[in-house]
Write a protein of this length. Structure first.
Length: 520
């Protein structure tokens, strides 16, 4: 059975899988025969395999079959090459070990010569002079120093060989973990009408491959430079060497299933149970706590589950494919490998945002509009101002025309101070009701050298009872917005070096005998 070792040429990586194209050419003889393409990864999806054949003579592709192949030894390819290198290094290590033993014996012999008592007897008999003894001891010392230097060199070589062996064994362990001793093989039943060269393309989908966007965003004056990177992973156990890589924002669809609507029921809300008696075991439960427990028990089940959010994200914009202009190498051990998709520069506008009731500081807010044709998928971004690292933040998917908001930390040149100016209670009761008035002042100062826009966020309380009435009595300057939760917004334009004070007042009115929680 002829075998064809088809190399990976093109890979398209989707969000959760990859489409791989392998190519190879071999010469076939005339007649019907089965061609094997071995060493396909276990992550391959068998039903997705298809083949395209081009040949010099008319050829029919009758069928494509995929089966597992088992190996008695380590899987071929990179693992086999590693085993050869490991064996060679082990032989070199053993040779150094033998040399170290020989050198150690030489040192021991020289030490024996230096400590011998025979020289004293020969000097006493006059057959050996002191000068001759001194020359001999000098020779022994020189030879011993040379042997010690050679032993140290051998030990250094052994340490280096041992480091290399440890590294290769770790690589082999990693590959064997990701690539067990079994693989897929594709078997092509072909009918060739004459002898000639046949070029085969094998295309399949595989799991265990993915990519996610990573961004480096650098602010220079009013320009935001974005390095759009992709972090690619794949755990097929074989390296993708010099492949043409395409990244796709699409997610290959699973078989379509028409969604079913569950019944939408309406029913009377159960009556709130009476407050527990103080005689209850364990003591009384405060009224507010009882109310909270009852409301929690009566909460209706959610109408949707969280997967709808994922579906909405997947449908934002059309899918886009990014083709990397140069061939790349992606390791097969699931290690992340970064490739650059593109670098873009977008004009930015900035303003300041402060919520002094929580934090009396001004945060610099940058806005950019995606004017490029690129769909910037949601991911992680590293934020820099020039070369200064600001932080790492998540970013949402940004289609063409959408706006990206980034926060570049606190700017101490914008001074913010919030102060309670008044808190007094009306001395007269209105129909047995009490009214309390509050007044706050927010002081702003622009210490930058240009005019700045500052968005100020604050709030007044929200009533959760019909007998508690809350009213915004005055605000200067007028508020820009007030939402249903009584959150207030002012958009303030402040010239360089200028100061401005926002003042607002509100009142809370409630029955005289009511104990109101959450009062300022």
């Amino acid at each position: 059975m002829p075998k064809l070792n088809a190399n990976i040429q093109n890979v398209t990586v989707f969000i959760d899988r990859a489409r791989v194209t392998r190519e190879g050419t071999l010469t076939l003889e005339s007649g019907r025969q089965t061609l094997e393409i071995p060493e396909l990864p276990l992550q391959l999806i068998p039903d997705s395999v298809r083949a395209v054949i081009k040949s010099e003579v008319p050829t029919r592709l009758i069928s494509v079959d995929v089966r597992k192949t088992f190996y008695r030894e380590a899987a071929p390819g990179t693992a086999k090459k590693l085993l050869v290198r490991i064996k060679k290094l082990e032989e070199e290590y053993q040779a150094q070990e033998n040399l170290a033993d020989t050198t150690q014996k030489e040192i021991e012999q020289l030490d024996g010569l230096a400590q011998s008592q025979a020289y004293a007897k020969q000097i006493a008999r006059g057959s050996f002079s002191l000068d001759q003894l001194a020359a001999l001891l000098t020779f022994i010392r020189e030879q011993r120093n040379d042997a010690l230097a050679r032993r140290e060199s051998i030990r250094q070589n052994q340490r280096e060989l041992n480091n290399q062996l440890e590294k290769l064994n770790n690589e082999l362990k990693q590959i064997n973990t990701a690539r067990p001793r079994e693989r897929y093989s594709a078997f092509l039943d072909v009918d060739v009408t004459g002898d000639g060269d046949v070029r085969v393309e094998l295309i399949y989908m595989m799991q265990g491959a993915s990519w996610k966007p990573v961004y480096d965003m650098r602010l220079h004056d009013d320009q935001l430079a974005i390095d759009y990177l992709a972090e690619v992973r794949q755990r097929s156990g074989e390296n993708w060497e010099g492949v043409n890589l395409t990244l796709s924002t699409a997610k290959p669809a699973s078989p379509a299933v028409i969604p079913e609507l569950n019944p939408w029921y309406l029913a009377p809300r159960p009556q709130r149970p009476p407050a527990p008696s103080p005689r209850m075991r364990g003591g009384a439960v405060p009224e507010a706590a009882a109310f909270s427990i009852a409301e929690s028990a009566m909460a209706p089940p959610p109408m949707m589950d969280a997967e709808v959010v994922t579906a909405d994200i997947e449908t934002e914009g059309a899918s886009v494919q990014y083709t990397i202009p140069e061939t790349v190498r992606i390791p097969g051990s699931n290690e992340p490998h970064k490739v650059t998709i593109t670098t873009i520069s977008l004009a930015s506008t900035h303003q300041y945002v402060t919520a002094p009731a929580v934090d009396a500081q001004a945060y610099r807010k940058i806005e950019v509009v995606n004017t490029t044709p690129y769909l910037l998928l949601g991911g992680t971004a590293q934020i820099f101002e020039a070369d200064e690292f600001i932080g790492r933040i998540p970013v949402k998917t940004l289609a063409k025309g959408q706006t990206l908001e980034l926060y570049f930390g606190v700017d101490l040149r914008i001074s913010v101070e919030r102060e309670l100016m008044r808190r007094d209670t009306d001395k007269k009761f209105i129909g047995d009701r009490r009214r309390v008035r509050y007044g706050y002042a927010i002081k702003l100062e622009n210490q930058t050298d240009t005019s700045q826009t500052i968005t100020v966020l604050d709030q007044i309380p929200v009533s959760r009872h019909e007998d508690i009435r809350i009213k915004l009595d005055a605000a200067s300057p007028s508020i820009t917005d007030q939402d249903a939760l009584n959150r207030l917004t002012w958009d303030i334009q402040l010239d360089a070096g200028a100061k401005k004070t926002i003042e607002y007042e509100f009142s809370i009115e409630h029955p005289r005998d009511m104990d109101v929680m959450g009062m300022p």
